[in-house]
Ligand binder design. Sequence first.
Ligand code: HEM
Length: 423
Amino acid sequence: MPGDERFARDLRGERDERPLGTRSEIVTGPVSDWATDFSHLEPEWATGFYSILAGLRERCPIARTERFGGGWLPTRYEDVAAIAYDTERFSSRSIIMSNFRPPRQIAPAGGSPPISSDPPFHHDARRLLLPAFTKTAASRQEPATRALCHSLIDAFGDRGVVDAASEYAQHIPMRVIARMLGFPPGDGPRFRQFVEATLEGINLPPEERIERMTALFDYLLAQVRDHLDRPRDDLTSYLISAELHGRKLAPEHVTGTMALLLIAGIDTTWSAIGASLWHLARTPSDLERLLADPGLLPTAVEELLRAYAPVTMARLVKEDMHWRGVDMRADDWILLSFPSANRDPSVFDRADEVVIDRQVNRHVAFGLGIHRCLGSHLARMELRVALEVWLERIGSFTLADPSAVTWSAGQIRGPRALPLRIG
Ligand code: HEM
């Protein structure tokens, strides 16, 4: 579709004049009390994650903060589930809790459909993507994923210690989604910067965030331009030619969804693979069991997803209301902790233990309700294959230096440095 005018304005850099949304004061520094001053951006969140959540579940199940312009942190399974299902009272207009709230006019589509969309728009935006993310579609990516995992391990050479987070786990989702979107495979390091800009740089001044987001959208527009010139069989060409309600998608819908697919699959799956390897490195009994019985892997993968669920999402309260004992104000944030729900002892036996052959496991690592993860088949395939190839090739391994392991703060939690002794 060369010369398609729909993208001309964006390609010339003439962006819409949109309302700017609201900004609140940036507050950083140590948390005084997790019940009244929580912050997912402080280093203690990363280091004390599960004990913070368990403490709150016991003494203050819906915690409060005045940071980020005000927000709530429900920690019990039943509260997390109720909010995830209640799209009438909680909006997905922004799912990243920060000092910036996008304008209300951005609803119902939001900036990155369907994750930022509310009903009824959400339904159609999601339906468009379903065929690309079925179980069958995910299994088509399996041979290339397996080959990639082998090549990453080949690159370790004969070193006895490798960083499984930066040399293995991170590359797998990056390369898989680049392939699906039809982006150059060598652009991986740039994706890393985009992910950082979107998910991690959130306490930066808004101008700086906008600058970083502009770099992402400039990259995506360059990819769109390339696909307009040379359409091919990938997700980018699919989105450019897709129709909704008899019309082609708005350019910002195309780029917003591309941004979502790029961002949603990388840190999340990277974190899940890294956390699983971390667990096995420090739990020889589970590692030996899996090495002896690889058939247990699919069950173990579900348990590792439950115990180390990497994704916390956000919502915005639509109107002032009294909700389960607290007074919520319109535009208060909700930090929707799927990891905390997954460790709720009123729902899971031995909630804080990893039971790799757990039979009944209705975990919510992929969320609940209309926004439940669209990429769950793909993520499960990547996680299973990454672990299968690792176990087959590496066999036994241990933490090389437990004190050198670092975990990310923020809404996506996983190891960012993970030195493992493999020889
Ligand atoms: C282990 C890896 C992953 C985890 C734990 C995970 C988790 C989640 C969660 C919790 C949600 C719900 C968001 C909400 O309620 O606001 C979600 C939504 C979503 N995920 Fe994933 N995800 C993973 C991997 C992926 C991958 C690989 C992709 C695709 C490239 C993907 C694409 C999406 C999309 C498009 C949505 C939005 C769905 C909608 O709004 O209808 N995810 N994910």
